[in-house]
Design a protein around this ligand. Structure first.
Ligand code: PLP
Length: 501
């Protein structure tokens, strides 16, 4: 490690190197990336513009908008990251992590190391069609990276490009398995083959995927039919006429509303059972997020999910657990559904985001009997798998899942008393690991809160109708919480003054 004088000097020259884009060339020989990371991690967010987005971001927004619709932009990150390496972005963005998809913060040494390896260079230069012409070491990568963290009971993995395609292709897997799940012979008749070319039954059967209201599963054509968060996501787009059921809306504190919450969960489970038994288009699969996130960070008890599993199993319905947002450690378990302690695993678990590689794990019986019924050109990307490998090793060697649980508990232990002191603004505090959320009384107060936090240098994000969610990287620690808390209270004080004094 370096003395503080050396650090300053290095930080200065590092800045120059980064500006000239020669960071790897200049430093990789002399220092490990770990040294560089430690050298430049900021201790607190620094807001340098009066408004957000600031003038630089607005200029970048205007430039991009010549070619793309960039209206959702929050601010420009300085990516390709040369300047973010030394800016306060890693901290201030820590609560949001590129929509919950950054596992180890920015420029983590483990990821930089694998990205600068010869294996990565070759992987990037020669992207293969993995199912037709896989590299010689692909079985090794599958076994030692993807399968190393496979959910219990799931022995196969299917690679895709993002969260939506993971769910989309999981739906296809459920449809293909429909007959098998019911013990029917799975040969395809001449009539099925020919009618499929006209999108007609029986070749294109009227089967459906059951999803929950307030669930988000992506925005491709099929996943949008199962997504039920905001109308603006869906309006004007043709959809499969698939049914939906309510996700429990629990009341807090949980200890006080045990009876009411049990009744609410039963009400939703009854809906599931009723629809599966009576739907005109048979239900081939059911998709559920362990914590519906975009829909407001909703929680349900382990018993709820255990009963859901039993209903799906008893009725031959493929259970798809969408862990795109909850997976890879953020809840204090590697997979959030581990909390449920199911007797039998779900048939499918989908992943993306913090894995930096996407796809779904599945039971062996869901492998189609006829090859190429599930197929794409790339079917994943070995370079993303290498990054996933670095992430998984770092999570294991640094016990990041356990640390995330401890950080989450620490955050909650502060949020709960704050929610008592500021109960007009901070309500229904809930969470697992660092996937923590609370409600504001109205969408307007929530939006005001999010915007004031941004001016404090903390990017925290909205979800649902009136909720706020934390989505930090797995390196988010107690010290980050300690930097967050005074800014949080300062915003709450400001709002109290403005609204109620
Ligand atoms: C639970 C869940 N599923 C699926 C998706 C879709 O993933 P992607 O945006 O990578 O297509 C998201 C995205 O936020 C998500 O949160």
């Amino acid at each position: 490690m370096f003395t503080s004088g050396t650090r300053q000097l290095l930080a200065k020259s590092n800045k120059l190197c980064l500006k000239s884009g020669s960071y790897l060339k200049t430093f990789s020989a002399k220092f490990t990336t770990c040294d560089l990371y430690a050298l430049v991690e900021p201790t607190e967010p620094k807001v340098v513009t009066e408004n957000s987005p600031g003038p630089n971001s607005l200029k970048i927004q205007a430039e991009i908008s010549n070619f793309q619709d960039i209206r959702p932009m929050i601010f420009s990150t300085g990516i390709p990251f040369s300047s973010s390496f030394i800016s306060s972005l890693p901290f201030c963005e820590n609560s949001f992590s590129q929509i919950s998809s950054i596992p180890l913060g920015y420029n983590h040494h483990a990821i930089l190391d694998v990205c600068s390896s010869p294996e990565m260079v070759l992987s990037l230069a020669n992207r293969p069609s993995l199912t037709l012409l896989p590299p010689t070491n692909w079985a090794d990568k599958l076994q030692n990276i993807h399968m190393k963290v496979a959910p219990k009971g799931l022995t196969n993995v299917f690679n895709t490009v993002d969260g939506s395609s993971a769910n989309d292709l999981a739906f296809k897997a459920a449809f293909i398995a429909y007959k098998e799940m019911r013990g029917l012979p799975d040969e395809l008749s001449e009539q099925e083959l020919s009618t499929s070319m006209d999108n007609a039954s029986p070749g294109s059967p009227d089967l459906s995927i059951l999803s929950f209201r307030n669930g988000f599963h992506g925005r491709t054509m099929s996943t949008l039919s199962a997504t039920r968060t905001k109308p603006i996501h869906k309006v004007g787009i043709p959809a499969f006429k698939w049914p939906a059921v309510d996700f429990p809306q629990l009341r807090y504190p949980l200890e006080k509303f045990e009876k009411e919450n049990a009744a609410e969960e039963k009400r939703c489970l009854d809906q599931v059972e009723h629809i599966i038994k009576t739907s005109k288009t048979p239900i081939a699969g059911l998709i559920v997020e362990p914590i519906p996130s975009e829909g407001g960070d909703l929680h349900a008890s382990n018993q709820f999910f255990q009963k859901l599993r039993k209903i799906t199993k008893d009725n031959g319905v493929v259970m798809i657990v969408d862990e795109v947002q909850t997976g890879v450690g953020a809840t204090g378990k590697f997979w959030a559904h581990e909390y449920w302690e199911l007797d039998t695993p779900p048939e499918i678990v989908t992943f993306s985001k913090k894995m930096q590689a996407a796809g779904f794990y599945h039971q062996a019986q869901l492998r189609p009997k006829i090859p190429m019924r599930q197929f794409n050109t790339w079917m994943g990307d070995p370079s993303r798998t290498l990054i996933a490998g670095a992430i998984i090793s770092e999570i294991e060697s640094q016990s990041l899942v356990e640390k995330t649980k401890a950080t989450g508990d620490y955050l909650m232990s502060h949020l709960k008393p704050i929610s008592i002191r500021y109960n007009k603004l901070v309500q229904n505090v809930r969470g697992k690991g660092t996937l923590v959320a609370f409600d504001c009384p109205t969408p307007e107060y929530r939006d005001m809160f999010v915007s004031l936090m941004r001016s404090e240098g903390v990017l925290i994000y909205a979800c649902g109708n009136r909720s706020v969610r934390f989505r930090p990287a797995l390196i988010f620690s107690k010290s980050h919480v300690n930097v967050f808390l005074p800014r949080f209270e300062s915003v709450l004080n400001k709002m109290y003054k403005q609204l109620w004094s």
